[in-house]
Design a protein around this ligand. Structure first.
Ligand code: BES
Ligand code: ZN
Length: 635
C-alpha cells in the first residue's frame, strides 16, 4: 500500500516535470498561439518534444563530439574488441556524469589521460540496454573505453564461410538503425547527437573492411584499414562490414563492393546509380559526401537497403536482372539528402527522414525512367499504404507517433514512408512542382547536418511555405496530416494506364472470359506482373494451377513476385508451391520478404508446423533482427 502510494506520488511528479518541460519546449519551438492550440488539440500533451525516449544518454549535459575506434575483428570468437576514444564537450559545465548507451558490451576499463576513471553499469532495460555511467574528471577532454562485444550483439551479424557466396571466408556486417549501434560501440545512441568519427579496423589479412566513411577502393589489403568520417552523423549511421570483397567502379563517383560472384551482375543492375546522383543534385543541391558506393551483402541482410553514408548497404535480393527493383537504390541514395544530412531528432520524427526519402525516391525514378514508371511505383506505394491504414491501430497511423515505452522499431511501417511522402505530394500539388522543389532545396540547405523535430519542421513551414502560399495551403490541414490518424480526405491519388490493362485482363480471367494462357502479357513489365499478382483475390487450387501453368509463378526468380505468389499459395493452401516456399524461407533473410510469409503460415496448425521446420533450419543463417521478428510465429 505504502509502496503503491509512493509510486503514484513519483508518477505525479514525473508527469508534472514532463508537462513543465513540455511548455518550455513548446514556447521555444512553436511560434504562434494558434499553433499551440492546434498542437494541444491533436498531440498528447505529455510528450516532451525533442526528448529521445530510446536513449539513456545525456548529450544535453555532456556531448560526445568525435569517436575514434580501434577495433580488432575476431571471427573465431565472434567478437569485436578494442577501444572507443570519445571526445567530449561540456554543454553544462556543472555536470560531471556522462551516460553512454551500451547493450551486451563487456566494459574492460574506462580511462582518461591514461588514468582509470570510475564507472558503473546501470540496471539493464529490456528495450534500451544498459547505461554506462562515467564520472568525468574535471579537465578531461577525452574518455577511452576498452570493451568487447557479445557474439549475440543485436547490431552485428557474423556469417560463416558457408553463409557467403564464395564459401571460403567469413563475413561480418553491422546494422545500427534504429538503436543497435550501442551493441557494438559504447556511445550516445541517439540521432539528435551527431558525431564525426575515425577508425582503425584490424581484420584477417585476406579480408577487406569497409565503413560508412571515406573508403579507398584501391586500399592495400593488409588487414589494417583506416577510415575517417569528417561530417557529423547520427550514431545509427555508423557501419562496418568485413569480407572477401571486390570493388568495381560504375561511374566517376559511384561503385560497388561485393563478393566476386555478385560483382559484375550488381554493377550492371545498378549502372544507373551515377545518373541518379547527377539528376538528384540538379534539383536538390550538391551531394555532400564525396563518393557514393554500394555494398552488396549476403542474402541474410535483414533489410532491403541501409543508407550508411558514402556506402549504402544493399540486399542481393534486388538484383533481378532487369533493373526492376532499383527504386531501392534511388531510395538509399535519396537519404544522402533527406536523412543523412537532415535527420530525425528522435524516432518519433522518423517520418521527416523516411517520408521525404520516399517522396524523393518517386521523383528520382521519374527523372531516370520516366512518368509511366513513376505512376506505377506510386500506385504500388499507395496500395502498401492502404493495407497499413486498414490494419494498424489509429495511434500507429500518426506521422509524429508516440513511442514512449515502446520499441523504437515499432515506428517502421508504411506510415512514415508512404503517408509521409503522400503529405509532401499534396504540398507539391498545391503549390506546383517547381516551387516545391525550390522549397526542398532551401530546406536541405537550411538544416544541413542537423537532426530536427517535427515541431522544428512545422516552424520552418510557417516561415516559408505557409507565409509564401497562404492561398494554397492551410495550417489546420497540415496539422491533421502530421498529428491525426488516417489519410485526410481529398489526398492525392495515383493511377497508371499500364495497370488499367492489367486490371482488365485479371477481371476477364476471373470472370471466365479468358484463359490465363490467352492473356496478352508479351509486353508486361515487372510492375505490371507485381500488380497482377498482388491484386489476385482468394482463389481455388484449380485457378492457382492454371496461373502457375501459364506463368510459372512458383518458379519465378523475381523475389518480389515470388513473395506475392507464395502468400497466395499459403492463403489458398496451394501445396504445389510449398517446396519453393521452404527454399525461399531458408535462403532469404530480408525481413520484409519473409515475415509476412511466417505470419500467414502461423494462422493454421499445419502452416505453423511447416513454418517451424523452415525456421529451425534457417535460423542459424538469419540476422538477429529477423530471428526476433519471426520467432513468435513459430512457437
Ligand atoms: N533506413 C531504412 C532501413 C531500416 C528500416 C533500418 C528499418 C532499420 C529499421 C532504409 O532506408 C529503408 O527504408 N529500406 C527499405 C527499402 C526502401 C526502398 C523502402 C527496406 O529495407 O526495405
Ligand atoms: Zn529509408
Amino acid at each position: 500500500m505504502k509502496k503503491q502510494a509512493l509510486i503514484s506520488l513519483f508518477m505525479l511528479l514525473a508527469v508534472a516535470a514532463c508537462s513543465k518541460n513540455d511548455e518550455t519546449a513548446a514556447t521555444r519551438e512553436q511560434s504562434t498561439q494558434v499553433e499551440q492550440t492546434l498542437v494541444k488539440k491533436v498531440a498528447p500533451s505529455q510528450i516532451k518534444v525533442g526528448k529521445d525516449y530510446h536513449s539513456l544518454s545525456n548529450p544535453e549535459e555532456i556531448k560526445v563530439t568525435h569517436i575514434s575506434l580501434d577495433l580488432t575483428v575476431d571471427f573465431e570468437r565472434k567478437v569485436l574488441s578494442g577501444t572507443a576514444e570519445l571526445e567530449i564537450s561540456r554543454v553544462n559545465p556543472d555536470k560531471k556524469r556522462l551516460i553512454l548507451d551500451t547493450r551486451d558490451l563487456t566494459i574492460l576499463s574506462v580511462t582518461s589521460d591514461g588514468k582509470d576513471v570510475p564507472f558503473t553499469l546501470m540496471e539493464p532495460d529490456p528495450h534500451l540496454g544498459t547505461g554506462l555511467l562515467i564520472v568525468v574528471p574535471k579537465k578531461a577532454r577525452k574518455i577511452t573505453v576498452a570493451y568487447e562485444t557479445s557474439p549475440d550483439a543485436s547490431g552485428v551479424q557474423w556469417l560463416t564461410p558457408q553463409q557467403t557466396a564464395g564459401k571460403q571466408h567469413p563475413f561480418l556486417f553491422t546494422q545500427a538503425q534504429a538503436i543497435h549501434a550501442r551493441s557494438f560501440i559504447p556511445l550516445q545512441d541517439t540521432p539528435k547527437a551527431r558525431v564525426t568519427y575515425d577508425a582503425i579496423i584490424r581484420t584477417p589479412k585476406e579480408l577487406l573492411a569497409v565503413m560508412s566513411a571515406a573508403n579507398d577502393p584501391d586500399t592495400e589489403r593488409d588487414g589494417v584499414y583506416e577510415f575517417t568520417m569528417p561530417q557529423p552523423i547520427p550514431s545509427y549511421l555508423i557501419a562496418l562490414a568485413v569480407g572477401d570483397l571486390q570493388f568495381k567502379a560504375m561511374g566517376e563517383r559511384t561503385g560497388v563492393y561485393a563478393e566476386a560472384s555478385w560483382l559484375e551482375r550488381a554493377a550492371k543492375e545498378f549502372e544507373d546509380t551515377e545518373n541518379m546522383l547527377i539528376e538528384t543534385e540538379k534539383r536538390y543541391g550538391e551531394y555532400s559526401w564525396g563518393r557514393y558506393d554500394l555494398l552488396i551483402l549476403p542474402p541474410s541482410f535483414p533489410f532491403g537497403g541501409m543508407e550508411n553514408p558514402r556506402l549504402s548497404f544493399i540486399t542481393p535480393t534486388v538484383i533481378a536482372g532487369d533493373k526492376s527493383l532499383v527504386a531501392l537504390i534511388a531510395h538509399e541514395l535519396a537519404h544522402s539528402w533527406s536523412g543523412n544530412t537532415i535527420t530525425n531528432a528522435t524516432w518519433r520524427d522518423l517520418w521527416l527522414n523516411e517520408g521525404f526519402t520516399t517522396y524523393l525516391t518517386y521523383r528520382i525514378m521519374e527523372f531516370i525512367y520516366g512518368t509511366d514508371r513513376y505512376n506505377m511505383e506510386l500506385v504500388l506505394g499507395a496500395q502498401d499504404l492502404a493495407a497499413d491504414i486498414a490494419s494498424l491501430p489509429e495511434k500507429d497511423q500518426i506521422l509524429a507517433i508516440d513511442l514512449r515505452g515502446r520499441d523504437a522499431d515499432d515506428v517502421f511501417s508504411n506510415i512514415p514512408y508512404e503517408k509521409g511522402a503522400l503529405f509532401l505530394r499534396e504540398l507539391e500539388n498545391k503549390i506546383g512542382r517547381e516551387n516545391f522543389d525550390a522549397f526542398l532545396l532551401g530546406y536541405f540547405e537550411h538544416f544541413a547536418f542537423q537532426s530536427i523535430t517535427t515541431e522544428q519542421f512545422i516552424a520552418y513551414l510557417d516561415e516559408t511555405l505557409l507565409a509564401q502560399y497562404p492561398e494554397q495551403l492551410d495550417k489546420e490541414r497540415i496539422m491533421q496530416w502530421i498529428f491525426q490518424p488516417g489519410i485526410p480526405e481529398g489526398a492525392p491519388g495515383a493511377s497508371s494506364d499500364a495497370f488499367a490493362i492489367v486490371d482488365e485482363a485479371r477481371n476477364a480471367w476471373l470472370q471466365g472470359e479468358l484463359r490465363a494462357g490467352d492473356i496478352d502479357t508479351a509486353n508486361w513489365n515487372y510492375h505490371q506482373w507485381k500488380y497482377f499478382v498482388d491484386n489476385l483475390p482468394e482463389m481455388t487450387i484449380e485457378q492457382m494451377s492454371e496461373l502457375d501453368a501459364a506463368f510459372n509463378f512458383t518458379g519465378h526468380q523475381n523475389n518480389e513476385i515470388a513473395h506475392s505468389w507464395l502468400l497466395h499459395a499459403i492463403h489458398n493452401d496451394y501445396k504445389v508451391a510449398w517446396d519453393r516456399l521452404y527454399e525461399y524461407l531458408t535462403s532469404i533473410g530480408r525481413n520484409k520478404l519473409v515475415k509476412p510469409l511466417y505470419k500467414a503460415l502461423s494462422e493454421t496448425a499445419e502452416g505453423k508446423a511447416f513454418a517451424k521446420k523452415a525456421f529451425d533450419v534457417a535460423k542459424a543463417g538469419y540476422h538477429p533482427l529477423t530471428v526476433k521478428a519471426n520467432e513468435g510465429y513459430v512457437q
